[in-house]
Design a binder for this molecule. Structure first.
Ligand code: COA
Ligand code: MG
Length: 282
């Protein structure tokens, strides 16, 4: 299933919870972490099981973002989160493989206790610190539950004490490194959310660049960002036409004994053909 758009829903915002399933987002991330104030952590956790059941009854991909391992809240958050209907855990501050292995072990225990198949709960890892970026390959390999990684620009810049400008040049290396690591591991690269939700030009530009370096989707903080992400990360008519043209031209060339053919003034050879097939999801 695609994860073009992942909409954050603070678990205590009842109006948001009601609207989440009809937002058009490919995934809903019920948040217990950054959007929940310290004093509300316990009530948010207490509300999570019922909110999960309600949203999961209407949406196939509901994740819960728990608090990080070093907060002391993670264990209780997982205890509240793991239930039938949960697609996975969105794990913040995935700073290295030890963290991922620890969470994997907790999930194995909870699955057993709750009668869920082993490996039922998937993991999305937030790569959002210097350590997280440097250890990304090992973290992705640390559990077979890992479905993807999420680049967290806000926490990453906070960790480095740097400021991100409009074009995100300051975080470009880390963002690209994570995307390449995800492809090497065969998991999805998912982009940081954009803060802007009235003027959608910025989220659109961020999403388009993210896609151009290998990202498959982007987080959203507001429902108006969802259509933008679905559009940018989906296959456009022009891309489908190009890819179908390439496939037809290359396969005709192959039948004629040619490894490279011309199409609209450009060469098409095997890597171009493979890229077209991939774009078409074949
Ligand atoms: N999920 C579901 N619905 C949402 C939503 C969300 N994340 N954000 C807004 N909505 C709904 C509102 O309920 C409203 O619908 P309604 O008028 O039918 O009630 C509609 O979308 C428009 O909301 P709007 O008034 O434009 O937004 P706002 O000013 O109330 O809130 C934010 C703006 C950014 C504060 C809010 O979108 C938000 O809290 N987002 C999540 C933040 C988050 O999770 N951060 C942590 C991740 S980094
Ligand atoms: Mg954060």
């Amino acid at each position: 299933m695609p994860l073009r758009s992942l909409l954050f829903v603070p678990v205590l915002r009842e109006r948001f919870v009601e609207k989440a399933a009809t937002s058009g987002a490919d995934a809903i991330i019920l948040d217990l972490e950054d959007s929940i104030a310290a004093a509300e952590k316990a009530p948010a956790r207490a509300a999570a099981p019922e909110v999960l059941q309600r949203v999961a009854a209407q949406h196939p991909q509901v994740f819960i973002r728990v608090n990080g391992l070093d907060t002391g809240l993670l264990e209780q958050d997982l205890h509240a989160a793991v239930a039938p209907g949960l697609a996975g855990i969105s794990l913040p501050k995935a700073n290295g493989p030890e963290t991922v292995r620890q969470v994997d072990a907790y999930l194995t225990l909870l699955e057993r206790v709750r009668g869920l198949p082993s490996g039922y709960v998937r993991l999305l890892l937030w790569i959002e610190s210097a350590k997280g970026v440097m250890a990304v390959e090992q973290s992705l390999a640390a559990s077979p539950r890992v479905l993807g990684a999420c680049f967290g620009a806000e926490d990453y810049t906070a960790d480095l004490g740097i400021v991100r400008s409009e074009g995100m040049e300051e975080v470009a290396w880390a963002r690209t490194r994570m995307a390449v690591a995800c492809h090497a591991a065969g998991v999805l690269a998912l982009d940081t959310p954009a803060a802007e939700f009235r003027d959608l030009a910025k989220p659109r530009a961020e999403a388009a660049f993210a896609r151009s370096i290998g990202y498959r989707g982007k987080h959203c903080i507001h429902p108006d960002q969802v259509a933008v992400c679905n559009d940018v990360f989906g296959l456009s008519d022009a891309e489908a036409a190009w890819a179908n043209g390439v496939v037809a031209a290359y396969e005709a060339g192959e039948r004629a004994g040619l490894g490279a053919v011309a199409l609209d003034g450009a060469m098409v050879d095997r890597p171009v053909y493979l890229r077209a097939l991939r774009l078409l999801g074949r």
